[in-house]
Design a protein around this ligand. Structure first.
Ligand code: CTP
Length: 408
């Protein structure tokens, strides 16, 4: 489920050292199945050659409004019209301070600015990825321009923070190519969860035995992280409560890190009060050692193993599903079931036991740590299979299934 497959993106480059990242962006878009038409300003061509971008996009690059070549299959010498009419979106990356100032005034003295001005406002989104020195970014003139460009209907993305090519450190770096691909994917996603506050739990929990040892499981967190990302793409505010995993936080998602089941319960119980959807994808450890020892348990040389006793952890999902907000469906709860066999029967029983309207079953040993999975959705109507696919594809499908079931 490549969201950009078949989309036509006009990638505009204005002048800035971040142009080197645009080559990578172009490649990433093509990999996602999009077609890319590159348009460059003269300044951009000082930083990276049109040859590179032609080779990567597989199409001639346009730079001049006087270019008489056929554009968009039309020979009327109006590249600024034809190129924008074909586009599903125009992304300017990098958008320099100068280029944004020009757009703001509706000036149109080169092909790229002319094309932006000539784009059908209601059909072709214009997305700008600013890139500049931190002082230029912080300057009141630039900030004023950003505000006005947004008011004029453009999407001006945020900037990255860190080391800059000029040697200074601060705000103003262009977002990384992966983040820009994500922004375009977000544009292409129907906003089925607009206005929803989605809470997702993900990953394993870690139950300490002593300061260096513990009880955990093989959950990688990938499914929960993919659900958080898919919910954000679909327009929700998303908070992700993550057990100990080292996955990067999906863009735009708020993350709370926890370790033990009880930490996770405390975080989720609080956050569930504001949420409208809770997806419990975490593999919560069922038991924890009855006593966590403060100092490392040492071998005493006798060959005797320590005897550990366990107590059951709270069932976080069942607790949240029993709150008045969940029972009245102001909070829609979705549980997961990791089973090793008899998936349908176990998942149906678990749905009833947890008191949730929707339960998502999967075979634990087939999915833990993998990039793909297969899901079985159980609700009061029956069961639906989501066949094996990447976890992100399944997460996007699951988000649509959840949205369909939300009370209107
Ligand atoms: N869950 C939870 N708190 C627990 C255990 C599980 O909130 N202490 C949630 C999981 O996040 C998942 C669902 O309950 O959404 C089912 O988890 P699973 O591990 O499959 O089932 P268990 O309830 O642990 O039952 P069992 O291990 O016996 O299959």
């Amino acid at each position: 489920m490549h969201l950009l497959a078949g989309k036509h993106i006009v990638l505009g480059l204005s002048g800035g050292i971040a142009c080197y990242k645009s080559a990578e962006l172009c490649r990433a878009l093509i990999k996602q199945g999009a077609s890319v038409q590159v348009v460059m300003t003269e300044a951009a061509a000082q930083f990276i050659t049109p040859v590179t971008l032609q080779a990567l996009s597989g199409r001639p690059v346009f730079s001049s409004q006087w270019d008489a070549r056929s554009a968009g299959g039309v020979d009327n010498n109006m590249a600024h019209i034809n190129l924008s009419r074909e586009a599903d979106a125009i992304m300017i990356a990098p958008a320099s301070a100068d280029f944004m100032a020009k757009l703001l005034h509706g000036r149109a003295d080169d092909l790229l600015s002319l094309m932006c001005l000539a784009r059908p406002l209601d059909k072709v989104p214009l997305i700008l990825a600013p890139a500049m020195n931190r002082e230029m970014w912080a300057h009141p003139a630039t900030q004023r321009n950003v505000t006005q460009l947004r008011a004029d209907g453009a999407t001006v993305l945020d900037v990255g923070v860190g080391d800059q090519a000029c040697g200074e450190t601060g705000d103003g770096r262009m977002l990384e190519p992966d983040d820009l691909v994500y922004e375009l994917q977000r544009f292409s996603t129907p906003k089925v969860l607009a206005g929803q506050r989605v809470l997702v739990s993900a990953g394993p929990t870690f139950e300490a035995i002593d300061p260096v040892r513990g009880l955990t499981n093989l959950s990688s967190g990938k499914m929960g992280f993919a659900i958080a990302r898919a919910a954000h793409e679909a327009g929700a505010w998303v908070t992700l409560v993550a057990g100990p995993v080292s996955l990067p936080t999906p863009r735009g998602v708020e993350r709370v890190n926890v370790r033990s089941a009880r930490d996770m319960q405390q975080a989720l119980d609080g956050l569930a009060r504001q949420a409208t959807v809770f997806v419990s994808a975490a593999a919560v450890a069922d038991w924890r050692p009855a006593e966590a020892v403060e100092q490392k348990i040492k071998k005493d040389g006798s060959g005797q193993v320590p005897s550990l006793s366990f107590v059951e952890n709270p069932d976080i999902l069942a607790g949240i599903a029993a709150t008045p907000r969940a029972l009245s469906r102001q909070l829609y709860c979705v549980g997961f079931a990791a089973e090793s066999h008899d998936l349908l029967a176990h998942a149906q029983a678990k749905r009833a036991r947890k008191g949730v309207p929707l339960l998502v079953g999967n075979i634990g040993p087939d999915t833990f740590g993998q990039d793909d999975n297969a899901l079985l959705l159980i609700d009061e109507q029956g069961s639906t299979e989501l066949p094996r696919a990447s976890k992100l594809t399944l997460a996007r499908q699951l988000v649509v299934e959840i949205a369909r079931r939300l009370p209107t």
